[in-house]
Design a protein around this ligand. Structure first.
Ligand code: HEM
Ligand code: CA
Ligand code: CA
Length: 310
């Protein structure tokens, strides 16, 4: 459905598991913490997983379902990660509070904790989301932003989820952590007659472009990863916006936020004011985690996050 009512998110509660599983949030947090201490790439993965869940069928863990033709089989989702962290949190929760805590809530809480552990703001998030039964690859393409999108196209998709221009600029700040495959920004380069890459997107700083070509030469392996934020890749800070100001946005969809008059001011403000970015992040993240939530009798509480109960 194109526009989600806010009545569903009004059914979420800050005390949803207070009686049924009082340490639910604590158990998710511990799982995220220990996984991230072993593998520092986990926070970025968990944050992107939330985005791809909430924009397709709402925040309902549809992205976790495995099988032929599910969301995971769409090319836009092949580079997602963090599933094993969600699974281990669920395993612990099923021992202490069987059949109680939804995978949809675990995805949200894990992303929230991941941001905080990477140095970002702490955010209170209500719970009570239920797990969806539908996961179709064909739902992914129309609902997930591609790096080739114009600001207009991004605004259109975001507003169909009840998200504003401000939310778009704020949530794009997620690219202050995490990594990307070379193919995610190869459209900014072209192969010359000798098979070497040259920059065709003039909105990119040429020194930065040279670094990217070095890390991602034309013949590089498809498994090569590049940091989204070349300066503070593991730190959730406002460096993403500073990068945009110095023409070092990795994706075309990042650069356009600085090149478009409607979004530039917000980018400049966040580049100069991390506290302001963090405040805005709290609000936009809250909205993201409320998109299309299922509550009450809708959906189910999955026993295993990768499969529906029946
Ligand atoms: C607005 C348009 C957006 C576009 C076009 C976009 C696109 C991408 C692409 C292409 C990647 C690299 C994937 C790969 O090659 O492995 C990526 C990574 C990432 N994105 Fe976005 N994204 C957008 C918005 C968001 C939002 C709203 C969030 C979260 C709130 C987000 C969080 C992330 C994170 C954390 C990573 C790093 C993932 C990792 O380290 O594995 N992105 N994004
Ligand atoms: Ca979903
Ligand atoms: Ca950073």
């Amino acid at each position: 459905s194109p526009s989600y009512s806010s009545s569903s998110s009004a059914n979420l509660s800050f005390t949803f598991y207070a009686a049924s599983c009082p340490s639910a949030e604590f158990m998710v947090r511990n799982t995220v913490r220990s996984a991230s201490s072993v593998d520092p790439t986990i926070p970025g993965k968990l944050l992107r997983l939330l985005f791809h869940d909430c924009f397709v069928e709402g925040c309902d863990a549809s992205v976790l379902l495995q099988g032929n033709g599910t969301e995971q089989s769409d090319p836009a989702n092949r580079s997602l990660g963090g599933f094993s962290v969600i699974d281990s949190a669920k395993r612990v929760l099923e021992i202490f509070c069987p059949g109680t805590v939804s995978c949809a809530d675990i995805v949200v809480l894990a992303a929230r904790d991941a941001v905080e552990m990477a140095g970002g703001p702490a955010i209170q998030i209500p719970t009570g989301r239920r797990d969806g039964m539908v996961s179709a690859a064909s739902n992914v393409r129309p609902n997930i932003v591609d790096t080739s999108f114009s600001v207009d196209e991004m605004i259109k998709l975001f507003s169909s989820k009840g998200m504003s221009l401000n939310d778009l600029v704020t949530l794009s700040g997620a690219h202050t952590i995490g990594t990307a495959h070379c193919s995610a920004f190869s459209d900014r380069f072209q192969k010359d007659s000798k098979g070497k890459l040259t920059l065709i997107d003039t909105s990119l700083n040429s020194t930065y472009a040279d670094e990217l070509i070095k890390q991602c030469p034309a013949d590089s392996s498809p498994s090569v990863l590049v940091n989204n934020d070349p300066d503070t890749s593991f730190m959730f800070d406002n460096q993403y916006y500073r990068n945009l100001l110095s023409h070092r946005g990795l994706f075309q969809s990042d650069s356009v936020l600085f090149n478009d008059e409607r979004t530039r001011k917000q980018v400049e403000d966040f580049a100069n004011d991390q506290v302001g970015f963090f405040e805005s992040w709290g609000q936009s993240f809250f909205k993201l985690t409320s998109i299309g939530v299922k509550t009450g009798d809708e959906g189910e509480i999955r026993r295993s996050c990768s499969a529906t109960n029946t």
